[in-house]
Design a protein around this ligand. Structure first.
Ligand SMILES: [Zn+2]
Length: 633
């Protein structure tokens, strides 16, 4: 009756327990494929059959299930306090309290997502109830531990405040507080995302925290402790779980991969660790994604492709093109990257990250942190020395505001404009530090040891780098090529950094058309500009002739007319509309919009599929909208 196609991803190992997951993907297909039902345990097959007959009785279907093994993050969830990564202080304090029996009645666990708050809460619940605890660690096997671990013991209540914010939800779980635990030594209430509780819910909770019953333990976990009322915070013993350093995550991933027999390059691991941004759980789920993508030896390229990350060599060469003012090359890099599926915004954000690193390095090398890889560090050092900090700062500002603006335009187009603008800055802001003329150049023209940039054609003065761990195997010509190609910017070309343009500068009078003029005037007098949008422009040359309706004649004041003429720097004639024919810009737009609508409609009417559909459903064509446009009504 049913045919299962069960896909199991690589790395599942023998620990995989094939239980259908609730997020299984069900797709009815007409064709049947070979079943891989051998991957299912008898129990899960049975569950699946029940499930399928409930949702699709009578109908043969092919069901594709993407499922069936515990993800890394679940498999590697710590079973003991000592399994926790990077939270040694918290763990030691807790274990001391547990082994000496000096537990508070309420705890508050704070920290970013994925550092182990819920895990610690569950371990605490197990530790206070374990029948044979060892040094504060739960044994993990006694009936109490097993019941809590599987979530089946009713004396341990877990509540997700994100979905249960109301006072009734809190009351419901607090109702049982005054009754003693049924099977365990201590009742435990775990409230996850506690900051999401409503005010009245907090009040209800507060009452209980003020007069805690015997044998009850409250554990609140939150990512935003500031949002908790001070009255609640002051009644809890607080633990701050720390965000993990990239190196700690890398080490942990290496350990996990080793245990799972997954081969991975160290730079691939480092890239995952960096993307995890301090969270162990994120690191494991990201690793999971990469494993689903690549089933061989994990490389940096795999990680970048699977996680949509931009490689440092790409960002470095982009940065490079920008500082050498090569807009063509910069856009080429961007297009190549988008061609490979990168989002322009991601690339630009990575660029801002790179520039931040450069800026850090210019202030103090220790700010860079130890997580930067040697190759990349060499590149940074070389470039930080070659750039003036003002130039970097100016470009950073322009980049950030440009990234912000990407939301209002087509992303790729906006990104290209931004790159051109950044290159344009070279005309007003010198790139290299003004104080170091000769020496700066000398530093720059040295080669970096295998810096992460594609080799270009330029020759090289191969002076060995100081501090280099190894001799330069691949000459790194591009940086130096660009700097050499930079005599455009003379050292004495000292410039005020800001502004980019505009401000006191008089308006350009070289508008070629009426529309452009009105748009520009919109920045000066938006109200008048909006009215001019409805005015017919009869002539636009050395002089400008406008035709106004009666209403417009009243609306556009003499002062506004004078202001416009002065701003434009041309003679403007304000005539009556009854002597002229033609259309205003707004009329022209309306007409084009109507024509477009009509074109879409005719296209739809001629479309055989639409026709068939209308006939089939006895329907009428009401409206045709361009793709991506929501109906206005
Ligand atoms: Zn136990």
């Amino acid at each position: 009756m049913f045919d299962f196609d069960v896909m199991r991803r690589k790395g599942s190992g023998s620990k995989a327990s094939a239980v259908p997951h609730s997020s299984s993907l069900l797709t009815p297909h007409s064709s049947l494929l070979t079943p891989h039902s051998s991957l299912l345990t008898p129990h899960s097959s049975q569950l699946l059959s029940h499930f399928l007959s409930a949702i699709a009785p009578e109908q043969p279907k092919r069901i594709v299930l993407c499922m069936s093994y515990l993800v890394l993050a679940r498999r590697w969830r710590p079973q003991k306090f000592s399994d926790l990564v990077g939270q040694n202080v918290v763990v030691r304090t807790l274990k001391n309290a547990l082994s000496s029996g000096n537990m508070a009645h309420a705890y508050l666990l704070c920290g970013i997502r994925g550092v182990g708050k819920t895990t610690i809460a569950r371990l605490m619940a197990m530790a206070v109830n374990c029948q044979v605890p060892v040094d504060g660690e739960p044994c993990g096997v006694c009936s109490a531990c097993a019941g809590i671990a599987s979530g089946s013991n009713l004396d341990v209540q877990e509540m997700d405040a994100a979905s249960h914010t109301g006072v009734d939800d809190v009351r419901e779980i607090l109702d049982g507080v005054r009754y003693p635990p049924t099977t365990l030594k201590t009742k435990v209430y775990i409230i996850d995302e506690a900051h999401m509780l409503s005010k009245s819910a907090f009040n209800a909770l507060l009452k209980t925290l003020e007069e805690p019953p015997e044998r009850v333990l409250f554990i609140l976990a939150t990512t935003e402790s500031d949002k908790l009322p001070i009255t609640v915070r002051s009644r809890c013993q607080r633990f701050d779980l720390r965000r993990l350093a990239q190196q700690e995550i890398s080490d942990y991933l290496a350990h996990v991969f080793g245990a799972e027999s997954i081969a991975a390059d160290s730079d691939a691991i480092a890239a995952i660790a960096r993307a995890a941004d301090g969270s162990v759980r994120d690191a494991l789920s990201l690793a999971e994604r990469v494993l689903a993508f690549s089933n061989e030896h994990l490389t940096l390229v795999d990680v970048q492709a699977a996680l949509g990350m931009v490689g440092s060599e790409l960002v470095c060469s982009l940065s490079h093109a920008l500082f050498s003012g090569d807009a063509g090359r910069a856009i080429e890099v961007l297009r190549a990257a988008t061609g490979r599926g990168f989002v322009p915004r991601t690339l630009l954000l990575e660029l801002s990250r790179l520039w931040h690193q450069l800026a850090c390095l210019q202030v103090d090398e220790t700010l860079l942190g130890s997580e930067v890889e040697a190759d990349h560090r060499a590149w940074l050092q070389l470039n930080a020395a070659a750039l003036s900090s003002q130039a970097l700062d100016l470009r950073y500002q322009v980049l950030i505001s440009g990234i912000r603006d990407l939301f209002v335009v087509d992303e790729r187009m906006g990104a290209e404009m931004l790159l051109m603008r950044l290159c344009g800055l070279n005309a007003i802001s010198a790139v290299e530090p003004s104080t170091l003329e000769g020496p700066a150049i000398a530093t720059v023209t040295r080669a970096a040891p295998s810096a992460p940039m594609p080799p270009a054609a330029a020759p090289i003065t191969s002076a060995p780098i100081v501090d280099s761990p190894k001799p330069a195997p691949v000459p790194e010509p591009e940086i130096q090529a660009a700097v050499e190609a930079e005599p455009v910017i003379s050292p004495q070309h000292q410039e005020p950094d800001l502004p980019l343009h505009d401000q006191a500068e008089p308006v350009s009078k070289t508008f070629s058309g009426w529309q452009e003029t009105i748009e520009a005037f919109g920045a000066v007098k938006p109200g008048v500009s909006a009215m001019l949008d409805h005015v017919i422009c009869v002539e636009f040359s050395g002089k400008v002739r406008l035709a106004l309706s009666k209403h417009q004649e009243r609306m556009i004041s003499v002062a506004d007319r004078r202001a416009f003429a002065e701003w434009l720097g041309r003679e403007v004639f304000w005539e009556s509309q009854k002597d002229h024919e033609g259309e205003s810009l707004s009329q022209e737009r309306d007409r084009q919009a109507r024509a477009e609508k009509e074109r879409l409609r005719q296209g739809a009417e001629r479309d055989p599929h639409v026709g068939a559909l209308m006939q089939e459903m006895d329907a009428q064509l009401v409206k045709v909208l361009p793709a991506g446009v929501e109906s206005e009504d």
